[in-house]
Design a protein around this ligand. Structure first.
Ligand SMILES: O=C(O)[C@H]1O[C@H](OP(=O)(O)OP(=O)(O)OC[C@H]2O[C@@H](n3ccc(=O)[nH]c3=O)[C@H](O)[C@@H]2O)[C@H](O)[C@@H](O)[C@H]1O
Length: 438
């Protein structure tokens, strides 16, 4: 009988005696030395490496976007409890009560809107991917605050279609407040794809879920004042041109307006887009000028103040968070119903766009001097020409549409709003901006 050794290394006639005297090691050496066997081994190793690398990249991209775990009886219970409506006196929206899915609920605007909805008795479930565009500790703190108020935030990405479908399986959301986005005008030059991922792909995934939901929810979402781009006509009205974006951020928000229009047109989704004007306030975004200026002034570090063409100061229609929250709730309350069923439109549904601004632009140097007054410290200013990185020279909102539609009236000026912000900042970070102190 032929041994395994024979099967693997068949002897050549005439060489039998010599070969049989070799040790096993020697025979292995011969095997590897043979060109064709080496080729096969090389192929095998390449295939092994390639499959390992593709598995790693799958795990990486999966964990980057869908890192959080979700599901299970306990998790579903938390979602259901959070969506519970606790008020009974509702006469808005045709007498309907709201259970709202808030995307980006651990974000600045998302956390404030979620709390306001919960406070008046609406059901709220949040979703947020807790990415590290800015310090995720701040997002976790906002999450804790919401949790203390009975709001559950699901950790997940709006690109995760299965997760969104699951949430709609558990709760028949009447409304979606879509605030998850890649924000920031200048960061778009550093990481353009994150804008496509969240503001385009994520938006479409969410709309696909909403159009298939039964009943379809009404959607209110965050567009941006940046869609007015290089417009020079002021104040900016919703009917003004928006085809000259100055940044990729602005371009993705403008694309969002077009994309939502098609979902309204084809599937009968009720859609309201809100063009927010430089929102600021407590629990704000550390990447924004008023926030980073405060941090630097307190730490004795210089701040960079951009200046426009011909030495003209840049100006923004800074809008206080409470006024934005009122605009969001007003939009939800007047959104009207979606008309689609089983993914098909049964009649026309509302499609609206509103500016939510303060209507009184303030220059950036004035912003700095207000902060100096509240902080009782002088800023070390480094004034430079505005780099060509997506910024626009000024913004100014005309809000007559929102005022007409849901009585939108901003009431907080920059002086008052920044005072509240500074008070919050000092209570949260203390004077040195180390770790949060609460
Ligand atoms: O309304 C919007 O749609 C956008 O508002 C916000 O963008 P902006 O209005 O650009 O706010 P922000 O960065 O605070 O800069 C304020 C001013 O400070 C100037 N600025 C900024 C940084 C700096 O270091 N120096 C400086 O002078 C700067 O040139 C500017 O003049 C949101 O971030 C954005 O996500 C989007 O929502």
């Amino acid at each position: 009988m032929r041994s395994l050794e024979d099967e693997l290394f068949p002897s050549t006639p005439g060489k039998v005696k010599i070969e049989r005297t070799h040790t096993i090691n020697r025979q292995f050496y011969r095997c590897f030395a043979s060109t064709s066997t080496m080729f096969l081994w090389a192929l095998f190793l390449i295939a092994l490496t390639a499959s390992y690398l593709s598995f790693q990249s799958f795990v990486d991209s999966g964990s980057r976007y869908f890192s959080a775990s979700w599901g299970g009886i306990q998790w579903e219970k938390q979602v259901r409890n959070s969506a519970q409506i606790s008020r009974s006196d509702d006469i808005r929206n045709g007498g309907g009560k709201m259970s709202v899915l808030v995307t980006g609920a651990a974000g600045f605007v998302g956390s404030h809107v979620s709390l306001a909805l919960k406070k008046r008795g609406d059901g709220v479930v949040g979703i947020d991917n807790f990415n590290n565009y800015y310090d995720p500790t701040l997002k976790k703190s906002r999450k804790n605050l919401l949790s203390k108020n009975g709001i559950f935030i699901v950790e997940g990405d709006i690109n995760d279609a299965k997760l969104l479908a699951k949430l709609f399986d558990i709760v028949a959301f009447t409304h979606v407040m879509h605030l998850a986005a890649q924000a920031g005008v200048r960061y778009a030059m550093e990481n353009p794809n994150s804008y496509i991922h969240s503001n385009i792909a994520g938006l479409v995934t969410l709309l696909e879920t909403c159009k298939s939901a039964n009943p379809q929810p009404s959607i209110v979402w965050a567009s941006s004042s940046s869609v007015y781009g290089l417009n020079e006509k002021v104040p900016f009205s919703e009917s003004d041109r928006t085809d000259q974006p100055a940044s990729l951020y602005a371009a993705t928000k403008k694309a969002g307006e077009e994309i939502t229009h098609t979902y309204n047109h084809i599937y009968g989704l009720s859609i309201t887009g809100l063009r927010f004007f430089t929102v600021y306030g407590p629990w704000g975004r550390p990447d924004m000028a008023y926030f980073s200026f405060t941090r630097n002034i307190l730490q004795g570090k210089p701040i960079t103040v951009y200046r426009g063409k011909n030495l003209v100061d840049l100006a923004r229609d800074f809008t206080y968070i409470d006024d934005i929250v009122k605009g969001c709730l007003g939009s939800l309350d007047t959104s009207g119903k979606s008309t689609g069923s089983g993914g098909k439109k049964t009649g026309p549904a509302p499609y609206r766009i509103f500016n939510l601004g303060n209507t009184s632009p303030v220059t950036v140097p004035t912003l700095v001097s207000i902060l100096e007054r509240h902080l009782k410290m002088k800023a070390k200013k480094n004034i430079i020409d505005m780099p060509g990185n997506g910024d626009v020279p000024f913004t100014h909102a005309n809000i007559s549409s929102a005022t007409h539609e849901f009585d939108y009236k901003p009431t907080t000026d920059l002086q008052t709003g920044l005072k509240k912000f500074v008070r919050w900042y000092l209570s949260y970070y203390g004077y040195n901006h180390g770790k949060p102190i609460n």
